[in-house]
Design a protein. Structure first.
Ligand code: MN
Ligand code: MN
Length: 376
């Protein structure tokens, strides 16, 4: 049975109506607002970090200033190559596997551990500070998209194990690691970041500490295996903290639009939206109040950022289907659509608001379809 969008978002719509009723009238004399900033960034056309084990391309506030709340990284690992042991002090990490396979190890503050393998369509979520490492399983290179719930995660917030060991006093580290100074001197003298390594066996080898408890909350969620919400012009999958309990600060979504489909005009009351285009072409328009609007076209490897509360839509241009990965910087999903809003008002009010005759207003939608199919 298809999941009902209306049922899913009913409580959200009521909350949103209460909020809009409480909004204050605009002041008579308003200062002129700045132009809307760029909301498009081409992450895949950049070169950021390339090494023998793989590569990484970043979209942080340094590259994409509008994206204060969410940063992205497109990372590739060769078979056996590892993104070394590290944590992020400022951000939780989400990922979606685009190609290939990789293995993850993670430790939690409760001293629990998890080892999990990821294939195309799988996602992970590491709460801020959970220590983790990634390794390509082969046979080919793996490619995944990372998302962080802080646009500043990278320059101030990534802590690697080799960086720490190389920069702390050797006598302290040697004592802590039960090594002689000569043995410690063989360790890397600077951050490895992405290193080469051996392809691990198919069955994960035993952890060094056999007494560790498995993590009570999985860091893995198979997003693409979640039944999709079927809409007129495509499908949508939404993974919030309700479906994936550990993912408390982000909601992930995958939107699949048929050529010509339109993701309806809507906004998100309490979250920014970050989009990565996997495939296809789409036109996205944002509305930032006071007559300010901006439209851009997006294709594979390009990112969009839509500030919280800004009106927007996604218009799939074809000829291919359009596939989009989306992050919201909240573990709870909310949206209000224009169509639903129009249905939540009496006809006479809309007739006066739009200076439109009754037969025109009677044509307007009364509820949200989420997406409209290709124009007849
Ligand atoms: Mn990480
Ligand atoms: Mn949206």
């Amino acid at each position: 049975m298809p999941i009902s969008r209306r049922k899913m978002f009913q409580s959200v719509t009521l909350a949103g109506m209460a909020a809009s009723a409480a909004a204050a009238a605009p002041p008579a004399d308003e200062p002129k607002l700045a132009e809307l900033p760029d909301f498009k960034y081409d992450i895949e056309s950049q070169t950021h970090w390339v090494g023998p084990g793989g590569s990484a391309k970043e979209a942080t506030v340094a590259e994409f200033p509008i994206s204060q709340s969410i940063a992205g990284v497109s990372m590739r690992l060769k078979p056996g190559a590892m993104r070394e042991l590290h944590w992020h002090s400022l951000a939780a990490e989400w990922a979606y596997m685009l190609e290939g396979r990789c293995r993850v190890t993670v430790i939690t503050p409760e001293g629990q551990a998890e080892v999990a393998d990821f294939e195309v369509g799988d996602t992970w979520y590491f709460p801020r500070g959970h220590g983790h490492a990634l390794q390509g399983l082969g046979p080919g290179e793996c490619h995944f998209l990372l998302g962080f719930d802080n646009g500043h995660f990278s320059e101030f917030g990534t802590f690697s194990v080799t960086d720490w060991i190389a920069s702390a006093p050797p006598d302290v580290v040697a004592r802590n690691l039960n090594l002689s100074l000569a043995q410690l001197a063989q360790f890397p003298r600077k951050e490895v970041y992405i290193g080469t390594g051996r392809v691990p066996p198919a069955a994960p080898p035993a952890l060094r500490n056999a007494d560790l408890q498995p993590s009570q909350f999985s860091h893995k969620y198979r997003l693409l295996d979640q039944p999709a919400i079927k809409l007129e012009g495509g499908t949508e999958r939404i993974v919030s903290s309700r479906e994936f309990p550990i993912q408390t600060t982000l909601t992930a979504s995958r939107l699949d639009l048929e050529p010509g489909a339109l993701r309806e005009l809507h906004w998100h009351p309490h979250a920014d939206e970050w989009q990565y285009y996997i495939r296809g072409r789409a036109r996205v328009g944002i509305f930032g109040s006071h007559g300010r609007a901006k439209t851009e076209e997006f294709g594979p490897g390009q990112i969009a950022f839509i500030p919280q509360g800004y009106g927007h839509y996604v218009d799939s241009l074809g000829p291919e289907p359009t596939e989009v990965l989306i992050l919201f910087n909240s573990g709870v999903y909310q949206e209000i659509s224009l169509s639903a809003w129009l249905g939540a008002n009496p006809a006479h009010l809309l007739e006066d608001n739009f200076s439109a005759p009754a037969d025109v207003v009677s044509r307007l939608p009364v509820k949200s379809k989420g997406m409209l199919g290709r124009r007849g």
